[in-house]
Ligand binder design. Structure first.
Ligand SMILES: [Fe+2]
Length: 154
């Protein structure tokens, strides 16, 4: 099986075990929405879309698996490493790239590596494009404006 699909199957099992139906719906929309925006942004920037997709699928898994969003980026990076190592679908460098992006993804006001930035921007895109009539959150405004310019939709 394709490794993105192996990961999807694993993520689906976690999400299907969520007892709160509304939270489960949010989890599906957000994780797979971000994963798809990761692919779009990575392709636009000439980066690895497959690994970016995987980072999107895993980036908030800690919050949804534990129903606790406190320090979820750092804790999520540890959980993502465990998952990737148990599935044997990435090499050490790939695991490091994905987990580093997850580790840094909450720090939207900072700029990290080009690969890390894909996940942060995809997270913002998913939040902002979920419903374009909702008000954009203050901490996501500048990234969203830059993304719209980059994609020619400003
Ligand atoms: Fe997120």
């Amino acid at each position: 099986m394709n490794r993105t699909e192996i990961l999807r199957k694993y993520i689906d099992e976690i999400l299907l075990n969520m007892t709160d139906v509304e939270e489960r719906r949010c989890a599906y929309l957000h994780l797979y929405g971000v994963a798809q925006f990761c692919a779009l942004i990575a392709l636009k920037r000439g980066k690895n879309a497959e690994l970016a997709t995987m980072s999107g699928m895993l980036h908030d898994i800690y919050s949804y698996a534990k129903m606790d969003s406190k320090d979820h980026a750092h804790r999520g990076a540890i959980l993502a490493r465990k998952i990737l190592e148990s599935l044997h679908i990435t090499n050490a460098d790939e695991t490091k790239m994905i987990c580093c992006a997850i580790y840094n993804h909450s720090e939207k006001e900072m700029v990290h590596s080009e690969f890390d930035e894909i996940l942060k921007d995809a997270d913002v895109f998913q939040h902002c494009l979920y419903n374009t009539t909702f008000e954009i959150k203050a901490h996501e405004k500048s990234r969203y404006e830059k993304l719209k310019l980059e994609f020619g939709i400003a």
